[in-house]
Design a protein around this ligand. Sequence first.
Ligand code: NDP
Length: 312
Amino acid sequence: MKQVVYSTVKLKPELRRMIEDYAEVYEVGEGGAPDLSRVTVLLCGPVTGQDLDAMKNLRFIQCVYAGVDSLPWSHIREDVTVASNVGSNADAVAEHAFALLLAAAKRITFFDQRVRGGNFEVVGESKMLHGRRICILGLGAIGTRVAEIAKAFKMHVVGYGRSLRSGAVVDEFYPPERIDEALKGCDYAVIALPLTKHTRGLITYERLCLMKRDGILVNVGRAPIVVKEDLVRFLKENPSFIFANDVWWNIRSPSEDSDVYSLPNTLSTPWVAGAASSRETYEEMLRQAVENVVRYLKGEKPLNIVRHEDYR
Ligand code: NDP
């Protein structure tokens, strides 16, 4: 069958040409709307369930983003192969996770605001990273990079995940059923997990209580992995604990998450760890996504195939 690729994101001419060697290509916003019933491969950012329903011949979905949780899964047939784009922005996200951790531990924004007002008074205590226990939840592309950086700070690295990649630098590793042991006594934790039916609501009040009361939790994964009401309660009860966050529960209207970001013991960025504030990172994500589409079109096995059962 003739392969027809539809991209819901704009492609640079050189990326488009890579696909055109193997298939007809349509891009969002060009000419009239394509005949969706002819589409066999979808390269997407956002896509509606209605459009997916119209793609009767769809065989392969390549997501531009690392996370595929926002795809309209109930409109994706079981026989459609879905690939995420994990790893394409792992360096950027790991750097951001560590920036949040360091900024929180060393109280950078707190002091910066005071110094701008001419206040050079030294108050309170900063936190050390050296020798401290950090739990990395999700030891994939981002998590293993965070682990490497943590090791450079001579931290004790506790990994938590479904599998331990060869070469991952951790001092301890815990599988999903042992999450409480992984978090127990940790000074710091970084969430770098995908949002799936298994990870939604994973971090509860009881699990937050397993960490040190003056700890730091960084979230660069997805917000609903943390139970928001439990987090707010925990942060109010433990003013020395800091939540350093890039991802939000109310994606379309993050200001509705003010119950979290208005607390004094939070440090926040507006979902920028991945591509949102870096053209270089976004272009690398597009390049890797297109390379995976080409892999599929050449009859090779695409990378990063996700398990449907994680999302249904
Ligand atoms: P990877 O797939 O490389 O890593 C995810 C890791 O989590 C894998 O090791 C995976 O194990 C593990 N995992 C999956 N499900 C579970 C589970 N139920 N219990 C324990 N471990 C589990 O993805 P990335 O590291 O590239 O990205 C991770 C997530 O980060 C993305 O899914 C996305 O949600 C988020 N992200 C956020 C960004 C931002 O802008 N803030 C940007 C990019 C990503 P296994 O391999 O065995 O399945």
